[in-house]
Design a protein around this ligand. Structure first.
Ligand SMILES: O=P(O)(O)OC[C@H]1O[C@H](O)[C@H](O)[C@@H](O)[C@@H]1O
Length: 616
């Protein structure tokens, strides 16, 4: 077998084409900047592009006279700006500080009509309009936390019934009424199998809210990585017998999830366990998964609704069932989300925290995603918030075309981990390096549950350090013209987490309207899935060609070019090379002779003929 070490591949980096078209060309802050930008060539090229845009549009004409200057640095004026713009949701104890984003009053006035249009679109969406026109779907995640808002009684009943079923099932599992066949008599573990929107919300919530000793501990299989899957199953060990496997897939046909399920089912067989007695599915009615569940008689099935997208499904059974099984108060999550929904229905920009976020994003990224969003929660339990937001924001906003069919290549890149940890990693670059981002700090006021705090040194607790690090980083970044938003909550509770999720869901929806894109589909993802399917189909052809050659002459070996020609895929020779490299590395039934670092020298053969396959 050939040794294939030393091979590497590199990918060219592609800069998005931020062309602007259609009626809603972005209002560009450069025309009315209060902020002094660095003298980078980027600034100049943007400025040139902007002046060209301005000449084509009417809506920003008057803004050229807007005041010029830098980010506000005078402490008194900055404090006034802070107080002036501070948003507070009293009941939720949530604050939003946008003072460190340099938008001007003129910019806000100019954006006002767009916001009114966005509010109108959101109102229609909530009333059941087909807000996802490409897929002909309604967008109803807001109804999940207040079923009365659903546009018809049938949907209301579906929502309420599902919530009741989730609560009843979780209670029954926790109390031991529903139990595994094993002698342990109680489910102790959850293995969640799902990917993307069917994993990220449950992962975030588990990390944020699961108690230290939950009634059921959760693990995730969120990939088709065999080693990752083996690791999760090995970690469960004998507890597989008391593991409730929740398979989550809206479509019920996502290959990674299907593979995870098949792998887990194999592990159950090998352990002599009956999977159906421990399997639960969350999926759309009549999906492939739903039908499998029915036929095999799994423990339970919960519905995913056509009108809830994966990335906004945390408040559906997708997020609620795993959370409830871990002892999280899901009704509190729903209350937090519903309260935030109410607040973000305001049509007064200053009173609508989601609109304020969208305003900041538009300003900071020029309405074209020219800057990245760095999300920094200063709280370990919120670690996965940035990963969760990465999908919510990037899959929603990262679109090639706007609603009028203009090529816009929209989006905002999101990344982040947590403070103060990141201060010892990449914040050096944020402070002094390439200026291609804005930060969102997530601040949690309560350091520890009451009664547990102590002073590390006179007058100073461990939490004071965390607080100091956040404030220090925010100030140091601002001093170097790096803009930031700060979202503050009192504590990480089911209610505040529900509110945070709802806040960002709405902000994404509003921002999508501002830039005139469909936030609720993901056509680009389909392209990758299709291409992956083509690779696997090519692999089957390669194996068939090698088998045919072996059947003709067991000693016959083929060059890559010969394989490509016989596959009628001469242009796919590189992919054929990668297929052979991968199969050889995994001791599959092929032999590759030669130097794999010199692909032309490779000779590949199977060594044995599979007659059945030949005539298959
Ligand atoms: O829930 P599923 O249908 O399995 O989909 C899981 C995920 O896969 C897709 O590729 C989409 O990009 C995601 O939005 C979705 O959440």
């Amino acid at each position: 077998m050939a040794s294939l070490s030393g091979l590497c591949s590199s990918f060219p980096s592609v800069k998005p084409n931020n062309r602007i078209g259609g009626e809603l060309s972005p209002v560009r802050k450069d025309s009315l900047a209060v902020s002094t930008r660095s003298n980078s060539s980027f600034k100049h090229s943007v400025a040139r592009e902007v002046s060209a845009d301005l000449s084509k549009t009417n809506d920003v004409a008057g803004l050229k006279q807007a005041k010029q200057g830098g980010l506000e640095k005078d402490p008194k004026a900055l404090w006034r700006r802070y107080v002036d713009w501070l948003y507070q949701h009293k009941e939720l104890g949530l604050y939003l500080d946008v003072s460190r984003i340099g938008f001007s009053d003129e910019f806000v006035s100019e954006m006002e009509p767009r916001f009114q249009a966005a509010f109108k679109a959101m109102e229609e969406l909530e009333r059941g309009a087909i807000a996802n026109p490409d897929e002909g779907r309604m967008v109803g995640h807001y109804w999940l936390r207040n079923a009365k808002l659903a546009p018809n009684p049938f949907l209301q009943v579906q929502i309420d019934k599902t919530l009741a079923a989730v609560c009843d099932f979780a209670d029954a599992v926790i109390s031991g009424k529903i139990k595994p066949p094993s002698p342990e008599g109680r489910f102790t573990q959850i293995l969640s199998v799902g990917i993307g929107g069917s994993a990220l919300g449950p992962q975030f919530v588990a990390e944020a809210l699961a108690p230290d000793n939950p009634p059921l501990k959760i693990r995730f299989i969120d990939n088709t990585d065999p080693a990752g899957i083996d690791h999760q199953i090995a970690q469960l060990g004998p507890e597989l017998a008391s593991t409730l496997v929740i398979v989550i897939s809206k479509s019920g046909g996502t290959p990674e999830t299907r593979n995870g399920l098949l792998e887990v089912q194999k592990a159950f067989r090998e352990a002599g366990l009956d999977f159906a007695k421990q399997g639960v599915a969350i999926t759309q009615e009549n999906s492939l998964l739903d039908n499998t569940t029915r036929i095999e008689g799994w423990v339970a099935r919960f519905p995913m609704f056509d009108w809830v997208g994966g990335r906004t499904s945390e408040m559906s059974a997708v997020g609620l069932l795993p959370a409830a099984l871990q002892g999280v108060d899901i009704r509190e999550m729903l209350i937090g989300a519903s309260m935030m929904d109410e607040a973000t229905r305001s049509t007064v920009l200053r009173k609508n925290p989601a609109a304020l976020l969208a305003l900041c994003w538009y300003w900071a990224t020029d309405g074209i995603g020219s800057k990245d969003m760095v999300v920094l929660p200063y709280k370990d339990s919120l670690l996965l918030f940035s990963r969760y937001l990465q999908q919510l924001v990037m899959e929603s906003l990262g679109k090639e075309f706007d609603l009028d069919g203009n090529r816009v290549n929209q989006g905002i890149s999101v990344y982040g981990n947590k403070g103060s940890t990141d201060q010892h990693a990449y914040i050096q670059q944020l402070r002094e390096g390439v200026h291609n981002f804005f930060v969102t700090f997530i601040e949690v006021l309560r350091d520890r549950p009451p009664g547990h705090d102590w002073e590390l040194e006179p007058g100073v607790t461990c939490g004071d350090y965390l607080f100091g690090m956040l404030q220090g980083t925010r100030s140091a970044l601002y001093a170097n013209d790096r803009e930031s938003i700060t979202v503050t909550v009192q504590e990480v509770t089911p209610r505040s987490v529900g509110a945070l999720i709802a806040l960002y869901e709405r902000a994404v929806g509003i921002y999508a309207s501002l830039v005139n894109i469909n936030a609720y589909h993901q056509p680009g993802v389909e392209a990758g899935k299709k291409a992956a399917g083509e690779v696997l189909a090519l692999q089957k052809r390669v194996l068939a060609v090698l088998n045919e050659a072996s059947c003709e002459d067991p000693a016959e070996s083929l060059t890559l070019q010969e394989i490509a020609d016989r596959c009628h895929a001469p242009d796919d020779i590189e992919m054929i090379y990668k297929i052979i490299e991968h199969m050889a590395a995994n001791d599959r039934a092929l032999i590759a002779e030669g130097d794999c670092g010199s692909p032309y020298s490779l000779k590949v053969f199977l060594g044995e003929c599979n007659v059945d396959e030949l005539y298959a």
